[in-house]
Write a protein that binds this ligand. Structure first.
Ligand code: 0PR
Length: 366
């Protein structure tokens, strides 16, 4: 029986692309750290939605937030481990709407999770133009904020498309000068930027209200594991829902029933395997530069020198190239704000995979 069940399940699983094949260049996720299998098992039935029952796991979530807060330069941070960047951003939008209002300015490179929030919360999103380097034009933001009623600014530390980092310091200054909220989406960049040679300010060392940072992108946890952090406990009042019949009467998350293993995995990795994150990030950054150089050597035009582990290739026919690569079983993605392909260099990508990719690219786009 057991054998039959897994034969049945494997029929489906076999249809999936596999990270270890080295042909997935379009994903911001990768293989989780092996120890997490055991952790998932240990916390399999835990439910953070009922923190009165799962007191230990709830305490563990708090400890995880503390570790994340320390990593992002804020020992006082309040927040939750959530299902990912989307839920984290939606949580920030909930606070923004209740605390300040519905007018939010954000870069054109913002992730589409904000569009989901707009639809659900009836928000007014104003898209700010970009500089030539694909970061947000802070002059545009400043002028717009000074001339219009704006309630919040969103900055991106590691854009989905390009891996570029908005000038968070300047955005924070604009926000604070005008007494408005600032949220930073560091879903992807949060675990990369601190390891860059050049120090870039993007976290609570600035006067930021909230930050999105995902475990299931660059911190090697299984899916789902995201983080939303606020400057202090003060912000919790904008999130609390009366869960009157539960042991613990308040919930601050969008989800009700939710797993505890994401927090357990991130806690373990931050506390015991921090050097693994660093090692993997550095490898990804190195491989991104390797790809960038290889592309140039072979006559392709990278859009720019990569900031993080995302490489873009200029291509007028990027949609067609993407399709042709897919026919060859190579998965890349495309940009919206440039005519370019987008390749994310995650820990499952090795140098050999990059060499192979270049050969396939030469076949589909000589
Ligand atoms: N913010 C930023 C800056 C992101 O890049 C993403 C996701 C999110 C928020 C939303 O995060 P969740 O998807 O965790 O809710 N960026 C990736 C993307 O849209 C997500 C992804 C990951 C897509 C793996 C495909 C994939 O195979 O490209």
């Amino acid at each position: 029986m057991y054998e039959e069940i897994f034969k049945d399940l494997n029929r489906f699983r076999e249809l999936d692309a596999k990270y270890e094949d080295g042909n997935i260049f379009c994903s911001m996720c990768s293989k989780p750290l092996p120890i997490t299998k055991k952790i998932v098992n240990l916390f399999l039935e835990t439910n953070l939605g009922d923190s009165g029952l799962f007191k230990g796991t709830a305490q563990l979530e708090k400890e995880t937030i503390k570790l994340l807060g320390e990593f992002l330069n804020n020992r006082e941070a309040f927040g939750n481990i959530v299902s990912g960047g989307t839920e984290a951003n939606l949580t920030a939008l909930r606070v923004i709407k209740k605390m300040k209002g519905r007018n939010i300015i954000l870069p054109k490179t913002a992730h589409f999770s904000f569009e989901k929030g707009k639809e659900m919360m009836d928000l007014n999103l104003i898209y700010a133009s970009l500089n030539r380097d694909y970061t947000v034009d802070t002059k545009y933001v400043k002028e717009y904020v000074e001339d219009n009623k704006v309630d919040a600014i969103i900055g991106i530390a590691g854009t989905t498309e390009f891996g570029t980092i908005d000038n968070i310091k300047e955005l924070t200054k604009i926000a604070k000068d005008n007494n408005i909220y600032i949220h930073v989406d560091a879903a992807f960049g949060g675990f990369v930027i601190p390891f860059l040679d050049k120090k870039i300010e993007f976290d609570f060392s600035l006067n930021i209200d909230s930050i999105t940072i995902d475990g299931h992108k660059m911190a090697l946890t299984p899916i789902p594991c995201g983080g939303i952090l606020f400057k202090s406990e003060e912000y919790s009042k904008f999130l609390e829902t009366d869960a009157f019949y539960l042991i613990e009467k308040k919930q601050t998350t969008i989800l009700g029933t939710r797993p505890g293993y994401g927090a357990a995995c991130l806690y373990t990795i931050l506390k015991y395997f921090f050097d693994e994150i660093e090692k993997n990030v550095k490898k990804c950054l190195k491989n991104s530069i390797y790809l960038y150089k290889k592309l140039k050597e072979n006559g392709y035009k990278p859009l720019m020198k990569p900031t993080l582990n995302i490489v873009n290739i200029e291509d007028e026919n990027y949609l067609e190239t993407c399709e042709k690569l897919k026919e060859k079983n190579y998965f890349v993605s495309v940009c919206k704000n440039a005519n370019a392909l987008r390749l994310v260099i995650m820990p499952h990508i090795e140098k050999e995979h990059i060499d192979k990719f270049i050969e396939v690219l030469k076949e589909v786009k000589p």
